[in-house]
Design a protein around this ligand. Structure first.
Ligand code: SAM
Ligand code: SF4
Length: 324
């Protein structure tokens, strides 16, 4: 369906948990209470929401977290989500740590793509960012995805003074492997406020110094807001998700479901529709569908990253509680 600004809303990001096996410093603190299990939507409840959202035109689902693969039953959930009549595409965003265990099942259920977050190729820096070891494992799992022929994207957040010296090394992953490498601009949400990052303009100037013959990709690539370039001789493309500086709100096609059942209409707005309450107080499917439709019609025109501190913070959740 279209929202009140004429944007076609066909994509739902589903956070299935706020728990994670890593603790990336820009996303989560070392110690954070997890939402109690009974407050988290059951998979049947999420599927019920997806079915109703599907009747309103949602066709593409991205499963995220926290770390989605730490939730027991995630693979069966993905299989059921894939089988819904409305589903055109199911993709996963993961930190890649647990992938080797689940890759055969993901391949078998027909996952349409996996985005793997990897900010560094240096094991020490990985430990510094995530407070855990495992960089080699993530890289290995990226390669395994490739071998299985699963469409793979690597997502990196470049942080000033932390991993920005590795920018070109990360770019080169797209040379050596058929993966798209995307650079997400750090957003001032939660712990992201403590870091400075890079927007597309700054990164492109670093690329053009080395690869002046890069080309802008004009065809649509993926469902999201990334802008891509292609460097001659590279297998994959390089993407930029310029969340703060390159405001792409006028092309936004997405809504989000938090693990505790709030339908968020914009990443940086706290308000949302409490679907868990509706589901658990016996609202009829027709009433829930109508509530989702009304919520989509009320989707804000744009995010509020540039709102002044005096106006208050538009969102108090941490990124691990939203799902990215
Ligand atoms: N755990 C999974 C992962 O890391 O891919 C899925 C959830 S994680 C919240 C999704 C994405 O959000 C990751 O690529 C992560 O780097 C990114 N992210 C987290 N906090 C961010 C922030 N403040 N600004 C920009 N991206 C952020
Ligand atoms: Fe976990 Fe992903 Fe957040 Fe890192 S970015 S702490 S892996 S949820």
């Amino acid at each position: 369906m279209k929202d009140s600004y004429g944007r076609e809303i066909d994509y739902l990001r589903i956070s299935v948990t706020d728990r994670c096996n890593l603790r990336c410093r820009y996303c989560m603190p070392e110690d954070i209470p997890s939402t109690p299990h009974q407050e988290i939507l059951r998979f049947e409840e999420i599927l019920q929401i997806c079915r109703l959202a599907g009747e309103l035109g949602i066709r593409k689902f991205k499963v995220t977290g926290g770390e989605p693969l730490v939730r027991k039953g995630c693979i069966d959930f993905l299989r059921e989500l894939k089988a819904l009549p409305c589903t055109e595409q199911v993709t996963l965003t993961t930190n890649g740590m647990l992938l080797s265990e689940y890759l055969p099942a993901l391949k078998e259920l027909g996952i349409d793509g996996i985005n793997i977050s990897l900010d560094t190729l240096n094991p020490k820096t990985f430990e510094q960012i995530t407070r855990h070891t495992g960089q080699e494992l993530v890289l290995e799992n990226i390669l395994k995805c490739q071998e299985l022929g699963i469409r793979t994207k690597v997502n990196s957040v470049l942080l000033e003074g932390v991993n920005d010296n590795e920018f070109l090394d990360l770019v080169h992953l797209a040379k050596d492997y058929a993966v798209d490498v995307r650079f997400i601009e750090i957003m001032p949400i939660g712990f992201g406020k403590n870091y400075h990052g890079y927007n597309k303009e700054k990164l492109l100037s670093r690329i053009s110094a080395v690869y002046p013959d890069y080309q802008t990709v004009t065809d649509k690539r993926g469902n999201g807001p990334a802008n891509y370039i292609k460097i001659p001789g590279f297998s994959g493309c390089i993407g930029f998700i310029d969340a703060v500086h390159g405001k792409f709100c006028n092309q936004c096609n997405r809504i989000r479901l938090t693990a505790d059942g709030i339908l968020k209409l914009c990443l940086y707005y706290e308000n949302g529709l409490n679907l868990k309450e509706l589901l658990r107080t016996g609202a009829s499917p027709a009433d829930i569908r109508c509530a989702i439709e009304t919520a989509i019609l009320g989707k804000p025109s744009e995010h509020r990253f540039h709102q002044s501190a005096l106006e208050g913070e538009p969102e108090h959740r941490k990124m691990s509680q939203i799902g990215g």
